[in-house]
Design a protein around this ligand. Structure first.
Ligand SMILES: Cc1cc2nc3c(=O)[nH]c(=O)nc-3n(C[C@H](O)[C@H](O)[C@H](O)COP(=O)(O)O)c2cc1C
Length: 362
């Protein structure tokens, strides 16, 4: 099976049905009946990777390497330019191995010459490969993906992962753009987060379980209903986000949410938890391939509009204020966090004043 054929199969299977949505139902926002702010005053502006961005959304890594991938990258680059959203290209390994594939990535600069473009490479990458990937798309940041479960599920997956942390550390030291380490839908746990933050990465995209499911995609590719092992695997997006936020040092490592987080209420919850930005992959791919360019732009605009309405409903005028608002975590999510030593209650008591005393948000 050629790498190109596999990439096209991923695109076609991933965009076949409406994208899955991560389960944030055990996380509740707290309505504010006295927001003291007007809808027109709400701003989505947010800071991360050393810049001010118009919105906390970004288009996450999807593709490159084939004719179909080129068309998708070109369209996504136009959407990213129209809405001023950062956009990551898919893994560039294919173009590092075969220069004929480069154009399917560089096309994003043709259609979005001045926008924020992020390069993408796996944890197998050497410093030299990382530099080439960055140079190829004149990238403003570099994503390094961790995709153990996906490689395991692929018949032709490359299951060599030793030395990844050391390579990431070296890349962080040698490249002159911010480095984001990301998962692809199986989540990050506190233990890995602690090791990754020690490398000096600028941001972690903890992309958890609940959205695009590569085990399902691989099972479909191999004609199975579901793989026998690893039937469901990974840390749910909400739990992974909280473990990552609680472990990463907020002063030095920014945390991005992802993995099925694309409806406005879930986005709002991720931002209240403390995410700086939210990556979307399956949703933009589905809208683009099934409904077209205009429908994707309208969908993203409507998500941003709904997000503003939710911000008003909880009394937050800005993304920074969102991260100070309370939310209540219940059920399995709360139980998981408690058993892992993270206190779910502090979110519920943020900003709460009882008998004149403000609760500590520690
Ligand atoms: C068709 C497809 C291809 C992807 N290829 C890559 C890739 O090359 N590199 C990468 O880091 N992530 C890749 N991803 C993962 C996404 O960037 C994202 O982390 C993951 O899909 C979870 O987000 P979602 O639920 O919004 O799709 C891909 C996702 C899809 C749907």
């Amino acid at each position: 099976m050629s790498r190109s054929k596999r990439k096209d199969e991923h695109l076609l299977i991933a965009s076949r049905a409406k994208p899955e949505r991560a389960d944030f139902t055990e996380i509740s926002l707290v309505h504010d009946c006295l927001p003291e702010i007007d809808l027109g005053q709400i701003s989505l502006e947010t800071n991360y990777l050393g810049r001010t961005h118009r919105s906390p959304l970004f288009i996450n890594a999807i593709t490159g390497g084939t004719v179909l991938a080129r068309a998708i990258n070109a369209s996504l680059a136009v959407v990213a330019r129209q809405l001023s959203l950062p956009m990551a290209v898919g893994s560039q390994l294919v173009a590092l191995k075969n220069p004929a594939c480069r154009e399917s990535f560089t096309v994003v600069r043709e259609f979005n010459p001045h926008g924020q473009i992020w390069a993408n490479i796996g944890s197998y990458a050497t410093v030299e490969m990382a530099l080439q990937a960055i140079e190829m798309v004149r990238a403003d940041a570099l994503q390094i993906h961790l995709n153990v479960a996906q490689e395991l599920a692929m018949n032709d997956g490359e299951c060599t992962f030793s030395g990844a942390l050391e390579r990431i550390k070296e890349i962080v030291q040698k490249v002159d753009v911010p480095v984001i380490v990301k998962e692809v839908g199986f989540g990050m746990a506190a233990e890995a987060v602690a090791k990754l933050t020690a490398t000096g990465v600028k941001a972690l995209d903890c992309g958890g379980r609940g959205g695009t499911d590569f085990l399902k995609i691989e099972a479909i590719r191999h004609g199975q209903v579901r793989p026998n092992q690893l039937k469901t695997w990974g840390i749910p997006s909400a739990i992974s986000l909280i473990e990552t936020l609680k472990t990463a040092d907020s002063g030095s490592t920014e945390v991005f949410a992802g993995g099925g987080v694309w409806e406005a209420t879930d986005l709002a919850k991720a931002l209240v938890l403390g995410a700086r930005a939210v990556g979307l992959a399956g949703m933009p791919l589905y809208y683009l391939m099934r409904k077209g360019h205009g429908a994707l732009v309208r969908k993203l605009e409507s998500v941003e509009k709904e997000l503003k309405a939710i911000m008003l409903s909880i009394g937050a005028g800005s993304v920074r204020q969102l991260s100070e608002k309370p939310l209540v975590i219940s059920g399995y999510t709360a139980e998981w966090l408690e058993r892992r030593g993270f206190d779910p209650n502090h979110y519920a008591r943020r900003s709460l004043t009882v008998s004149g005393e403000k609760h500590n948000d520690a």
